[in-house]
Design a protein around this ligand. Structure first.
Ligand SMILES: *Cc1c(COP(=O)(O)O)cnc(C)c1O
Length: 337
Protein backbone atom coordinates (compact mmCIF):
# COMPACT_ATOMS: atom_id res chain seq x y z
CA UNK A 1 0.00 0.00 0.00
CA UNK A 2 1.32 3.47 -0.87
CA UNK A 3 2.13 5.60 2.14
CA UNK A 4 -0.03 8.73 2.45
CA UNK A 5 1.92 11.33 4.38
CA UNK A 6 -0.32 14.13 5.68
CA UNK A 7 1.96 15.24 8.52
CA UNK A 8 3.12 18.38 6.74
CA UNK A 9 3.57 19.96 3.33
CA UNK A 10 7.33 19.90 4.00
CA UNK A 11 7.45 16.20 3.05
CA UNK A 12 7.05 16.81 -0.70
CA UNK A 13 9.80 15.43 -2.92
CA UNK A 14 11.08 17.29 -5.98
CA UNK A 15 9.28 16.23 -9.17
CA UNK A 16 11.21 14.89 -12.15
CA UNK A 17 10.82 18.23 -13.95
CA UNK A 18 12.12 20.08 -10.89
CA UNK A 19 15.17 17.81 -10.74
CA UNK A 20 15.78 18.54 -14.44
CA UNK A 21 15.69 22.26 -13.71
CA UNK A 22 18.17 21.77 -10.86
CA UNK A 23 20.55 19.87 -13.17
CA UNK A 24 20.48 22.63 -15.77
CA UNK A 25 21.00 25.49 -13.27
CA UNK A 26 23.75 28.00 -13.96
CA UNK A 27 25.70 28.47 -10.75
CA UNK A 28 28.38 30.64 -9.12
CA UNK A 29 29.56 31.41 -5.60
CA UNK A 30 26.60 32.99 -3.82
CA UNK A 31 28.66 34.26 -0.88
CA UNK A 32 30.34 36.50 -3.49
CA UNK A 33 26.86 37.32 -4.82
CA UNK A 34 27.82 35.58 -8.08
CA UNK A 35 25.23 32.84 -8.42
CA UNK A 36 23.02 33.93 -11.33
CA UNK A 37 20.18 31.57 -10.44
CA UNK A 38 20.06 32.68 -6.79
CA UNK A 39 20.15 36.30 -7.95
CA UNK A 40 17.31 35.63 -10.40
CA UNK A 41 15.17 34.02 -7.67
CA UNK A 42 15.78 36.89 -5.23
CA UNK A 43 15.02 39.55 -7.86
CA UNK A 44 11.97 37.76 -9.15
CA UNK A 45 10.32 37.49 -5.73
CA UNK A 46 11.31 41.05 -4.83
CA UNK A 47 9.65 42.33 -8.03
CA UNK A 48 6.57 40.16 -7.63
CA UNK A 49 6.01 41.00 -3.97
CA UNK A 50 6.91 44.69 -4.20
CA UNK A 51 10.25 44.90 -2.39
CA UNK A 52 13.65 46.33 -3.31
CA UNK A 53 15.60 43.16 -2.63
CA UNK A 54 15.49 39.53 -1.52
CA UNK A 55 17.81 37.09 0.21
CA UNK A 56 17.87 33.31 -0.25
CA UNK A 57 18.13 31.39 3.05
CA UNK A 58 18.37 27.68 3.79
CA UNK A 59 15.22 27.64 5.95
CA UNK A 60 12.22 29.67 6.96
CA UNK A 61 13.45 29.68 10.53
CA UNK A 62 16.65 31.35 9.40
CA UNK A 63 14.81 33.83 7.14
CA UNK A 64 12.67 34.93 10.11
CA UNK A 65 15.72 35.08 12.37
CA UNK A 66 17.57 37.27 9.86
CA UNK A 67 14.57 39.61 9.74
CA UNK A 68 14.46 39.92 13.53
CA UNK A 69 18.24 40.41 13.82
CA UNK A 70 18.16 43.05 11.06
CA UNK A 71 15.15 45.03 12.32
CA UNK A 72 15.97 44.89 16.03
CA UNK A 73 18.96 45.69 18.23
CA UNK A 74 19.98 44.09 21.52
CA UNK A 75 17.38 45.06 24.14
CA UNK A 76 14.63 45.59 21.59
CA UNK A 77 11.37 43.69 21.61
CA UNK A 78 9.00 42.18 19.03
CA UNK A 79 5.29 41.55 19.54
CA UNK A 80 4.28 38.11 18.32
CA UNK A 81 1.50 35.52 18.64
CA UNK A 82 1.70 33.05 21.51
CA UNK A 83 1.41 30.15 19.01
CA UNK A 84 3.33 31.83 16.17
CA UNK A 85 6.19 29.99 14.52
CA UNK A 86 8.52 32.97 15.14
CA UNK A 87 7.87 32.69 18.86
CA UNK A 88 7.15 29.07 19.68
CA UNK A 89 8.81 26.94 17.02
CA UNK A 90 12.14 28.63 16.31
CA UNK A 91 14.03 27.70 19.45
CA UNK A 92 13.92 31.21 20.87
CA UNK A 93 16.46 32.22 18.20
CA UNK A 94 15.84 35.96 18.46
CA UNK A 95 16.66 35.84 22.20
CA UNK A 96 19.50 33.34 21.77
CA UNK A 97 21.34 35.17 18.97
CA UNK A 98 20.05 38.73 19.17
CA UNK A 99 19.18 39.45 22.80
CA UNK A 100 15.78 40.43 21.41
CA UNK A 101 12.86 39.92 23.77
CA UNK A 102 9.54 38.53 22.52
CA UNK A 103 6.26 39.98 23.81
CA UNK A 104 3.77 37.19 23.14
CA UNK A 105 0.07 37.95 22.69
CA UNK A 106 -2.85 35.49 22.57
CA UNK A 107 -4.26 34.86 19.09
CA UNK A 108 -7.94 35.44 18.39
CA UNK A 109 -9.75 32.44 16.88
CA UNK A 110 -9.02 33.64 13.34
CA UNK A 111 -5.26 33.89 13.96
CA UNK A 112 -5.16 37.67 14.22
CA UNK A 113 -3.52 39.42 17.17
CA UNK A 114 -6.21 41.79 18.50
CA UNK A 115 -4.90 45.27 17.76
CA UNK A 116 -6.20 46.78 21.00
CA UNK A 117 -4.13 44.20 22.88
CA UNK A 118 -1.10 44.87 20.65
CA UNK A 119 -1.45 48.56 21.38
CA UNK A 120 -1.64 47.91 25.14
CA UNK A 121 1.60 45.90 25.25
CA UNK A 122 3.68 48.49 23.37
CA UNK A 123 6.13 49.75 26.01
CA UNK A 124 6.52 53.44 26.79
CA UNK A 125 9.92 54.93 25.92
CA UNK A 126 11.41 54.70 29.39
CA UNK A 127 14.64 53.09 30.65
CA UNK A 128 12.62 50.47 32.55
CA UNK A 129 11.40 48.82 29.39
CA UNK A 130 12.65 46.99 26.35
CA UNK A 131 12.17 49.07 23.19
CA UNK A 132 9.19 47.75 21.25
CA UNK A 133 10.34 47.72 17.61
CA UNK A 134 8.38 45.22 15.59
CA UNK A 135 5.07 43.44 15.17
CA UNK A 136 5.28 40.00 13.63
CA UNK A 137 2.27 38.32 11.97
CA UNK A 138 1.82 34.89 10.37
CA UNK A 139 -0.30 34.30 7.23
CA UNK A 140 -1.60 31.69 6.66
CA UNK A 141 -2.17 30.78 10.25
CA UNK A 142 -3.20 27.17 10.97
CA UNK A 143 -4.79 26.86 7.55
CA UNK A 144 -6.59 30.18 7.80
CA UNK A 145 -6.08 33.36 5.81
CA UNK A 146 -5.77 36.58 7.81
CA UNK A 147 -8.41 39.14 6.71
CA UNK A 148 -6.78 41.74 4.45
CA UNK A 149 -8.60 44.58 6.27
CA UNK A 150 -6.86 43.38 9.40
CA UNK A 151 -3.46 43.59 7.69
CA UNK A 152 -4.23 47.16 6.64
CA UNK A 153 -5.27 48.11 10.17
CA UNK A 154 -2.19 46.43 11.66
CA UNK A 155 0.03 48.48 9.35
CA UNK A 156 -1.81 51.68 10.29
CA UNK A 157 -1.21 50.90 13.97
CA UNK A 158 2.49 50.28 13.30
CA UNK A 159 2.79 53.56 11.39
CA UNK A 160 1.06 55.42 14.21
CA UNK A 161 3.27 53.84 16.88
CA UNK A 162 6.54 53.84 14.96
CA UNK A 163 6.75 50.04 14.74
CA UNK A 164 7.93 47.86 11.87
CA UNK A 165 5.75 45.05 10.54
CA UNK A 166 7.14 41.63 9.54
CA UNK A 167 5.21 38.78 7.94
CA UNK A 168 6.09 35.16 8.47
CA UNK A 169 4.69 34.22 5.07
CA UNK A 170 5.84 30.61 5.09
CA UNK A 171 2.58 29.87 3.26
CA UNK A 172 2.01 33.30 1.71
CA UNK A 173 1.05 31.82 -1.67
CA UNK A 174 -1.57 29.59 -0.05
CA UNK A 175 -3.14 32.75 1.41
CA UNK A 176 -3.06 34.57 -1.95
CA UNK A 177 -4.44 31.63 -3.93
CA UNK A 178 -7.20 30.98 -1.38
CA UNK A 179 -8.21 34.65 -1.48
CA UNK A 180 -7.90 34.85 -5.28
CA UNK A 181 -5.57 37.87 -5.19
CA UNK A 182 -1.96 38.48 -6.28
CA UNK A 183 0.42 37.80 -3.37
CA UNK A 184 1.39 41.47 -3.47
CA UNK A 185 -2.06 42.36 -2.09
CA UNK A 186 -0.93 40.63 1.10
CA UNK A 187 2.72 41.71 1.17
CA UNK A 188 2.16 45.41 0.44
CA UNK A 189 1.28 46.02 4.09
CA UNK A 190 4.64 44.76 5.40
CA UNK A 191 8.18 46.10 5.82
CA UNK A 192 9.57 42.60 5.37
CA UNK A 193 8.26 39.16 4.44
CA UNK A 194 9.69 35.66 4.59
CA UNK A 195 8.40 33.04 2.15
CA UNK A 196 9.03 29.26 2.17
CA UNK A 197 9.52 27.48 -1.14
CA UNK A 198 9.96 24.15 0.63
CA UNK A 199 6.38 23.74 1.87
CA UNK A 200 3.43 23.24 -0.46
CA UNK A 201 5.42 24.74 -3.35
CA UNK A 202 7.49 21.58 -3.34
CA UNK A 203 11.13 22.74 -3.50
CA UNK A 204 13.52 20.58 -1.46
CA UNK A 205 15.12 23.52 0.40
CA UNK A 206 14.82 27.26 0.55
CA UNK A 207 13.18 30.41 1.81
CA UNK A 208 13.50 34.02 0.74
CA UNK A 209 13.45 37.15 2.91
CA UNK A 210 12.20 40.33 1.20
CA UNK A 211 12.69 43.93 2.28
CA UNK A 212 14.45 47.20 1.52
CA UNK A 213 17.98 47.10 0.08
CA UNK A 214 19.33 48.31 3.45
CA UNK A 215 17.48 45.58 5.38
CA UNK A 216 18.67 42.88 2.98
CA UNK A 217 22.28 44.12 3.22
CA UNK A 218 22.08 43.81 7.00
CA UNK A 219 20.39 40.39 6.71
CA UNK A 220 23.16 39.22 4.33
CA UNK A 221 25.71 39.94 7.03
CA UNK A 222 23.66 38.05 9.64
CA UNK A 223 23.15 35.14 7.26
CA UNK A 224 26.94 34.74 7.05
CA UNK A 225 27.23 35.02 10.83
CA UNK A 226 24.55 32.34 11.24
CA UNK A 227 26.41 30.01 8.86
CA UNK A 228 23.76 30.31 6.16
CA UNK A 229 26.03 31.59 3.39
CA UNK A 230 25.85 28.87 0.72
CA UNK A 231 28.09 28.58 -2.33
CA UNK A 232 26.73 27.08 -5.58
CA UNK A 233 23.20 27.38 -4.22
CA UNK A 234 21.79 27.97 -7.71
CA UNK A 235 20.85 24.30 -7.93
CA UNK A 236 18.49 24.88 -5.00
CA UNK A 237 17.31 28.24 -6.30
CA UNK A 238 16.49 26.59 -9.64
CA UNK A 239 14.10 24.26 -7.80
CA UNK A 240 12.49 27.31 -6.17
CA UNK A 241 12.08 29.11 -9.51
CA UNK A 242 10.56 25.96 -10.98
CA UNK A 243 8.16 25.86 -8.00
CA UNK A 244 7.10 29.48 -8.59
CA UNK A 245 6.57 28.77 -12.31
CA UNK A 246 4.62 25.53 -11.91
CA UNK A 247 3.34 24.98 -8.38
CA UNK A 248 1.58 28.17 -7.29
CA UNK A 249 -1.77 27.93 -9.11
CA UNK A 250 -2.05 24.24 -8.22
CA UNK A 251 -2.16 25.12 -4.49
CA UNK A 252 -5.89 25.45 -5.20
CA UNK A 253 -5.95 21.65 -5.68
CA UNK A 254 -4.47 21.19 -2.19
CA UNK A 255 -7.12 23.54 -0.78
CA UNK A 256 -9.91 21.67 -2.56
CA UNK A 257 -8.59 18.35 -1.22
CA UNK A 258 -8.32 19.73 2.33
CA UNK A 259 -11.93 20.89 2.00
CA UNK A 260 -12.98 17.40 0.85
CA UNK A 261 -11.08 15.88 3.76
CA UNK A 262 -12.75 18.23 6.27
CA UNK A 263 -16.18 17.53 4.80
CA UNK A 264 -15.61 13.78 4.86
CA UNK A 265 -14.64 13.89 8.54
CA UNK A 266 -17.28 16.31 9.80
CA UNK A 267 -20.00 14.64 11.83
CA UNK A 268 -17.99 11.49 12.58
CA UNK A 269 -18.54 10.46 16.20
CA UNK A 270 -15.82 11.70 18.58
CA UNK A 271 -14.12 13.91 15.98
CA UNK A 272 -14.43 17.68 15.84
CA UNK A 273 -13.18 19.40 12.68
CA UNK A 274 -12.07 23.06 12.79
CA UNK A 275 -12.90 25.53 10.00
CA UNK A 276 -10.10 26.13 7.50
CA UNK A 277 -9.37 27.92 4.20
CA UNK A 278 -6.21 26.37 2.81
CA UNK A 279 -4.34 23.08 3.00
CA UNK A 280 -4.52 22.21 6.71
CA UNK A 281 -7.27 20.39 8.53
CA UNK A 282 -7.25 20.32 12.33
CA UNK A 283 -9.27 17.66 14.09
CA UNK A 284 -9.83 17.24 17.81
CA UNK A 285 -9.73 13.64 19.00
CA UNK A 286 -10.36 12.56 22.61
CA UNK A 287 -6.96 12.43 24.34
CA UNK A 288 -7.45 8.81 25.41
CA UNK A 289 -7.96 7.70 21.81
CA UNK A 290 -4.72 9.19 20.40
CA UNK A 291 -2.65 6.02 20.81
CA UNK A 292 -5.35 3.89 19.16
CA UNK A 293 -5.61 6.43 16.33
CA UNK A 294 -1.88 6.28 15.74
CA UNK A 295 -2.04 2.50 15.56
CA UNK A 296 -5.01 2.48 13.19
CA UNK A 297 -3.30 4.98 10.86
CA UNK A 298 -0.03 3.00 10.89
CA UNK A 299 -1.99 -0.08 9.87
CA UNK A 300 -3.55 1.87 6.98
CA UNK A 301 -0.17 3.34 5.87
CA UNK A 302 -1.32 6.86 6.66
CA UNK A 303 0.77 9.38 8.55
CA UNK A 304 -0.88 12.27 10.37
CA UNK A 305 0.61 14.81 12.74
CA UNK A 306 -0.38 13.28 16.08
CA UNK A 307 1.30 14.89 19.08
CA UNK A 308 0.60 15.11 22.79
CA UNK A 309 -2.51 17.28 22.53
CA UNK A 310 -5.97 16.19 21.37
CA UNK A 311 -5.59 18.31 18.21
CA UNK A 312 -4.26 16.40 15.21
CA UNK A 313 -3.27 17.95 11.87
CA UNK A 314 -3.73 16.74 8.31
CA UNK A 315 -1.95 18.67 5.56
CA UNK A 316 -2.56 18.25 1.83
CA UNK A 317 0.24 18.88 -0.67
CA UNK A 318 1.79 18.05 -4.03
CA UNK A 319 2.19 14.36 -3.19
CA UNK A 320 -1.40 13.73 -1.99
CA UNK A 321 -4.01 12.97 -4.65
CA UNK A 322 -7.81 12.45 -4.58
CA UNK A 323 -7.31 8.73 -3.97
CA UNK A 324 -5.16 9.55 -0.91
CA UNK A 325 -7.92 11.78 0.44
CA UNK A 326 -10.52 9.04 -0.08
CA UNK A 327 -8.36 6.44 1.66
CA UNK A 328 -7.77 8.77 4.60
CA UNK A 329 -11.48 9.50 5.02
CA UNK A 330 -12.27 5.77 4.87
CA UNK A 331 -9.62 4.92 7.46
CA UNK A 332 -10.81 7.64 9.84
CA UNK A 333 -14.46 6.60 9.34
CA UNK A 334 -13.55 3.06 10.33
CA UNK A 335 -11.64 4.34 13.32
CA UNK A 336 -14.52 6.57 14.49
CA UNK A 337 -17.07 3.78 14.08
C1 LIG B 1 7.63 25.89 8.26
C2 LIG B 1 7.41 27.23 8.80
C3 LIG B 1 8.46 28.14 8.96
C4 LIG B 1 9.90 27.81 8.61
O1 LIG B 1 10.26 26.52 8.85
P1 LIG B 1 11.61 25.86 8.32
O2 LIG B 1 11.33 24.43 8.57
O3 LIG B 1 12.69 26.42 9.14
O4 LIG B 1 11.78 26.19 6.87
C5 LIG B 1 8.17 29.39 9.44
N1 LIG B 1 6.92 29.73 9.75
C6 LIG B 1 5.88 28.90 9.60
C7 LIG B 1 4.50 29.36 9.92
C8 LIG B 1 6.09 27.62 9.12
O5 LIG B 1 5.06 26.79 8.97
Amino acid sequence: MNLIDLRSDTVTRPTAAMREAMLRAEVGDDVYGEDPTVNALQQRLADELGFEAGLFAPSGTQANLLALLSHCQRGDEYIVGMDAHTYKYEGGGAAVFGSIQPQPVLHAGDGTLPLDVVEQVIKPRDPHFARTRLLCLEDTWHGRVLPRDYLRDARALCDRQGLLLHLDGARLFNAAVADGVPAREVTRHFHSVSVCLSKGLGAPVGSVLLGTRALIDEATRWRKVAGGGMRQAGMLAAACIHALDHHVARLADDHRRAQALAQGLRGLPGLSVAAQHTNMVFVDVPQERLAALKQAMDAASIRLSIGYTPRIRLVTHLDVDDEGVRRTIDALRQFAA
